[in-house]
Design a protein around this ligand. Sequence first.
Ligand code: ASP
Length: 323
Amino acid sequence: MLKRLALGCVMLAAALTSSAQDYPSRTITVIVPFAAGGPTDTVARLVAQSMGKALGQVMIVENAGGAGGTIGVEKVAKGAKPDGYTLLLMHIGISTAPSLYRNLRFDPQKDLEPIGLITDVPMTFITRKDFPAKDMKELITYVKANKDKVTYANAGVGAASHLCGMLFMTAIQTDLTTVPYKGTGPAMTDLIGGQVDFMCDQTTNTTPQIKGGKVKGMAVTTKTHVKSLNELPTVEEAGLKGFEVAVWHGMWAPAGTPKPVIDKLSAALKTALKDPAVVSKFAELGTEPVAENRATPEAARAHLKAEIEKWAPIIKKAGVYAD
Ligand code: ASP
């Protein structure tokens, strides 16, 4: 009996090793927990296309938006096979969700295996084209004076646009009406259409719309100016001391994915982040790939832990919760 069990284990281990050696032998799906056409989708499509080339397989993106990204993360963390064929591309929201949600059904540190970090994307405050304020200073004054009628769009509790809005409301000590979407892709459509007043969203989504004059760019959320949007001041320059948020992104596989598979994915990620096509498109969209030593499982694991610890007290203080 024992002998047979041992043989079974050896066979299973051999099967896993050989499938890890052959990996990847078919299409890989990358889940993006937000709507198509938004900032995370844009980053994912650029990276997936290049990683696919490096791996010799097609990498497709599947959008699973809703609940600030937690639905899509849960899909990978709890519902996907740990075989390397279903991956997750998510951002800072994976570190804020454990503090924001009372009943989160996954633990990002236990249920996911990190592959590497990808990019830190600046955010921008933008308004509908005909919004009365002409710059960030005026926006702050106007929003405070008209708090009952101004609407702030976001991608749900746990999204980067939610986090930025929460920090903004705390900084100006004013509560605003928020309008949640499944991603800032659809939120942008409504902002351009004038159905909502303003939002804080990543440059990977806002740059073309600011440059095309479809929305008004007000300020960037980083400490320094963003090269591709150099005309915009920082939020801090507009008067909100210490205001800073950048949206780090990473890639994960379900926990239990074999190490050789993770290593192949991490190597492909590093290659993609050096791909001139990715680098130049990132630059056009106001961002850049992380340094090579951050595109690793170890760096992503340590960063996630640090970020969970960083945001927990800030969110607690803001008193924002969802179920
Ligand atoms: N990253 C989200 C999206 O792609 C938006 C957000 O997090 O605010 O729609």
